[in-house]
Design a protein around this ligand. Structure first.
Ligand SMILES: [Zn+2]
Length: 268
């Protein structure tokens, strides 16, 4: 599942290519949208909300997409080479005089009225990458269900929007928090949320198209994370083997990674 920084950078790339220009061509490969005709409309802006992309157009229309597990938008110049993606996974193509945007493997694709965007993103908690992040609301949502496990609560986009598996794993390591800790036993929820914002902000602090997603400070391949996808390898701090296990019930179960020594379960 993409992290919020990945979606944010894709929105920025789409915004730079499409905003302020009229659409000249659309191909939306969804039965409900097959006849939708957007040509002639100008794109006002492209924004990210958590893992949702909102392409707002003139006339009060929004093309909403969700990247699901591995969806992606690519932008290429007219006449340029197509993205290296399987053609049958293409779900949307939108072009103007200069650019073409290709959306692959989108889990959701809807055309909605801009004033009704809340129907698709209204359930989301405060966006960790938003300038006007509401820390008090985020804390309230996080602590509203005190018996919930912290790993699950942080990944729930209704708590805060933007965290995926990688940042949840790293965030819990950096704060010495075991993923199965009940929310009520988490020592400093405000610090946890502040650090979550810092990690995502560091992810988008790049001139390129891909987020940095390095939490160790070491950008070498395979060295960027403390515990994420490192099950069976020694903890970078204490040498104990990193563990992994599933958390949550299917289909929402997610793999957790943690160091049992650096992230002990609190005594109850
Ligand atoms: Zn450790």
């Amino acid at each position: 599942m993409p992290e919020g920084d990945t979606v944010w950078l894709q929105a920025r790339r789409l915004d730079r290519a499409l905003a302020g220009r009229a659409i000249t061509y659309t191909d939306l490969r969804h039965p409900r949208l097959a006849t939708a005709q957007l040509s002639g409309r100008a794109v006002a802006e492209v924004a990210a909300r958590g893992k949702h992309l909102l392409m707002r157009m003139q006339g009060g229309l929004t093309l909403h997409s969700h990247l699901g597990m591995d969806g992606a938008w690519h932008t290429v110049r007219q006449g340029g080479r197509r993205p290296a993606e399987p053609a049958w996974q293409l779900r949307a193509a939108i072009a103007n005089d200069e650019w073409i945007a290709f959306g692959y493997r989108l889990r959701r694709l809807d055309l909605i009225a801009t004033r009704e965007e809340d129907r698709v993103v209204g359930h989301l908690g405060p966006d960790l990458l938003a300038a006007g992040f509401d820390a008090a609301d985020a804390r309230r949502r996080l602590t509203a269900r005190p018996d919930r496990e912290i790993g699950e609560a942080l990944l729930d986009q209704a708590t805060v929007a933007g965290l995926g598996n990688l940042y949840v794993a790293e965030l819990l390591f950096l704060t010495g928090t075991n993923p199965w800790t009940p929310v009520r036993a988490v020592r400093d929820p405000d610090r946890l949320l502040a650090l979550a914002r810092e990690l995502l902000a560091a992810g988008i602090d790049t001139a390129g198209d891909h987020p940095v997603q390095v939490t160790t400070g070491n950008p070498r391949p395979g060295s960027g994370c403390y515990v994420y996808r490192r099950a069976g390898e020694p903890c970078r701090r204490c040498g104990t083997l990193v563990r992994s296990a599933w958390q949550g019930a299917p289909p929402r179960a997610r793999q957790r990674y943690w160091c049992p020594a650096c992230q002990p379960l609190p005594q109850t």
